[in-house]
Design a protein around this ligand. Sequence first.
Ligand code: GLA
Length: 442
Amino acid sequence: MLLAGSPAVAHPLSFTPAQGAYDIAFVFPGAPANPGIRMLELHRAADGSVSGWVTSDWYGRMPMQQIVVTPTLLSFDLRNLNTPGVPIRHWRAQVRGQNVTLDGGIWDSTVALTGHRATAAERTALTFHETTLPALGTLAPDGLALTPPMGWSSWNKFADKIDDATIRAIADAMVSTGLRDAGYTYVNIDDGWQGVRGADGQIRPNAKFPDMKALADYVHARGLKFGLYSSPGPRTCAGYEGSYGHVRQDAQTFADWGVDYLKYDLCSGEYFYADADTVQRSYYEMGAALRATGRPIVYSLCEYGRFRVGSWGRAVGGHLWRTTGDITDDYATMARIGFEKNGDPSDAGPGGWNDPDMLEIGNGGMSEAAYRSHMTLWAMSAAPLMMGHDVRTTSAAAKRLLEDRAVIAIDQDARGVQGKAVRKQGTSEIWLKPLAGGAYAI
Ligand code: GLA
């Protein structure tokens, strides 16, 4: 970072040596994992212009804005994310000899850290390597997901408290409950399976998943399909390793393990891909990488419905795309999504579906009548039906709803039309879904 030919002060004890160029860095060992603030760099060129960066595990090397520097106090802004109405956050760094205190915040994290001047080795080790996205391309339909995908996902019930034995037991229960035979074929591990990368860059599962290929084989042996989860960012939403910088490698690893379904969740990628162009290109990058493996893999886009994803989700290889933020196990949230946030019906059809998020049926937070509305809304919307409860303890009531063959037939109708309200009166709505062969579900 030192400018060739400019006088430089390598180790100033304050932010502003009397004159000339300088280039300093502080590191923050022991910073909390989220957002994983690792390093602060400040650079002054010979012409006096100052630039700086804060490097974090989640958001990479974030450029400082509005930098004001005095001998011992540095203040600056960082672009914020995910907080409507708060586009930037203010930060301050105070030098005390070889140490620095840093205060700021980003999204839902408050940062208050003490760091020390970086050695050259520390700085090299903590330098974040940015990758560039491919130009946007278009992927032709591949014949998968001709009807909305059906299965189970670990997130709603278990969050990241999952392990190999639980997933195997769920697969067994999918068979013994009859849910597999009712059409629920995917067994999807959501966030929380990831470990660290090896020296070769290859992602490894964490200790709770000793052998991902063996687990996929176990699931396949029961006539089921196997799904995993990753993010285009360096960190997933729960803070695990994402695919940033390893997209093609991860796609190949997933294919080698026998993965049939990938949910790709924007999470920390939001800082890198904050507009329509970069979000599309990042989803295209993984879509193209999955295709390149030659394995048929259903590709689930999870960027919360931003930038009219329904209008470009298919072109980047997606078979379903989330239309909203997360569902929770309560009527108000479920109904808001099901009635208002289930996507534009004109975007949905064979091969590509609006995804209003996974089911909560069986998790206990809603009444039986509310769960019936949940199942009805999802089926009339031709929504993917991803169960989210503990299948091992499926109640009789949940089983009745989830295995209702007539309702499933409406969801899975080959014509693939997303139904919608055709009349609204007070709090009542009449919904219509045209079916194959000219019939209607009302
Ligand atoms: C996001 C997604 C959820 C789930 C979690 C996992 O919130 O929207 O569906 O995958 O991340 O961390």
